[in-house]
Design a protein around this ligand. Structure first.
Ligand SMILES: NC(=O)c1ccc[n+]([C@@H]2O[C@H](COP(=O)([O-])OP(=O)(O)OC[C@H]3O[C@@H](n4cnc5c(N)ncnc54)[C@H](O)[C@@H]3O)[C@@H](O)[C@H]2O)c1
Ligand SMILES: O=C(O)C(=O)C[C@@H](O)[C@H](O)[C@H](O)COP(=O)(O)O
Ligand SMILES: [Zn+2]
Length: 354
């Protein structure tokens, strides 16, 4: 069991505890006494976990509404958001009421944005059920939906009041989704945690190794907490969490979301690591070891998209300002830096082979 404190404009705890979903009221009630509550989830997570949560809340005196939508990244859009907030209004949820996001990053980002904006903001709790959500998306308060022009272009910073992570939910995750989570985990290794890379090299993360998964979730949440507490609204430092995302977001979008977030980030990191090798920041052994780490975790390292297309989409993402874009560049094994470069230089970082 781990309790990690997140220091931000509103502070909260991340509880990581096996079987926490069997006694959620003990964590929720001290923060929000019984009241109308909406649980937002998708159609793959809800059948597995929503009844258990709803029943416990109802037994404790909460009035529970549920909003369940089809799973997948294409649902993280403005139409779905509008449908959700219309539903919340129909149920006459008030400012004092509560929203619970139960699911992966798609549910968390969409429901978090609804919570950020409905009645100008209501409290919400993240219950991450995917590995990716546990290590990354449930923490730090970035909420958003995608627009036609790109990923997460309509969103808000809104911290949850609690993150309740039950790592046993990882057992029911499809294998491909487990790999997606590993993409973000390996990212953290390059953000000042070479010991994490070393650990995963000698002991690749396995879906049935719960103690290892728990330890890794805790490490990633602490790493994210450290960055978010220093730069909640991404004035600078927080952009490091975008390592692999400059082209990762492009790959997701160009594939019409057939390539999932963690996989796309993996390819984005591979491109950047090859560029780092070309620039002398890492040696060939380190490059090979990093790419092997990705493939050992069933993550892709190649893309068919052209440098022109990858750069075109990237230049419309949030790290582009005027004629420059801020990229996240490896400086050595286990470490990255922010670097602002002219748009014209971005294609140099699309290194598909060395
Ligand atoms: N806000 C942030 O800081 C942040 C950080 C990283 C990623 N993201 C966003 O998160 C999204 C990706 O999140 P994701 O990978 O969790 O995707 P996701 O929410 O689509 O979940 C992946 C799939 O796994 C299923 N699933 C989730 N938990 C399950 C479980 N326990 N058992 C069985 N099935 C389960 C879901 O139904 C879905 O089909 C992207 O939109 C990405 O942009 C946001
Ligand atoms: O929390 C952050 O900050 C991150 O950048 C985490 C990323 O893993 C995540 O994918 C995030 O949603 C990307 O944010 P964006 O601002 O680049 O859309
Ligand atoms: Zn990400």
């Amino acid at each position: 069991m781990e309790r990690i404190h997140i220091e931000a404009s509103t502070s909260y705890k991340v509880i990581i505890e096996e079987q926490a979903l069997h006694h959620i009221v003990q964590y929720i009630q001290p923060l929000k006494s019984p009241r109308p509550t909406i649980i937002v989830s998708d159609d793959q997570v809800a059948p597995l976990y929503i009844t258990r949560i709803k029943e416990q809340l109802e037994m404790a005196g909460y009035t529970v509404y549920t909003y369940i939508f089809p799973h997948g990244e294409t649902e993280k859009n403005a139409h779905r958001l509008l449908d959700l907030v219309e539903y919340m209004a129909q149920k006459a949820l008030t400012r004092k009421d509560l929203l619970i996001a139960l699911g992966g990053g798609v549910v968390g980002d969409l429901a978090g944005f609804a919570a950020a904006t409905y009645l100008r903001g209501i409290d919400y709790i993240q219950i991450p059920t995917s590995l990716l959500a546990a290590v990354d998306s449930s923490v730090g308060g970035k909420t958003a939906v995608n627009l036609s022009a790109g990923k997460n272009l309509w969103g808000a910073f809104k911290q949850p009041i609690l993150v309740l992570c039950d790592p046993t939910t990882i057992k029911t995750l499809p294998a491909e989704e487990f790999a997606n989570g590993c993409g973000e985990i390996i990212k953290y290794g390059m953000l000042g945690y070479p010991e994490l890379l070393q650990d995963l090299q000698t002991n690749p993360l396995q879906q049935d190794d719960l103690p290892h998964i728990e330890a890794v979730i805790a490490l990633c949440v602490k790493a994210k907490a450290n960055i978010v507490s220093q730069d909640e609204h991404e004035s600078g430092l927080r952009a490091l969490l975008n390592f692999g995302h400059t082209f990762g977001h492009s790959i997701e979008q160009l594939s019409h979301f057939a390539i999932k977030h963690g996989m796309a980030v993996s390819i984005g990191m591979a491109l950047m690591m090859r560029a780092a090798y070309q620039q002398g920041a890492i040696d060939h052994t380190e490059l090979t070891a990093f790419l092997q780490l990705l493939t050992n975790h069933k993550l892709p390292i190649h893309t068919e998209f052209t440098a022109t297309d990858l750069c075109h989409v990237a230049l419309h993402d949030k790290k582009s300002q005027g004629n420059t874009i801020t990229i996240i560049r490896p400086t050595k094994w286990g470490s990255c830096e922010l670097l602002t470069i002219p748009h014209a230089d971005l294609p140099h970082y699309v290194v598909k082979e060395v």
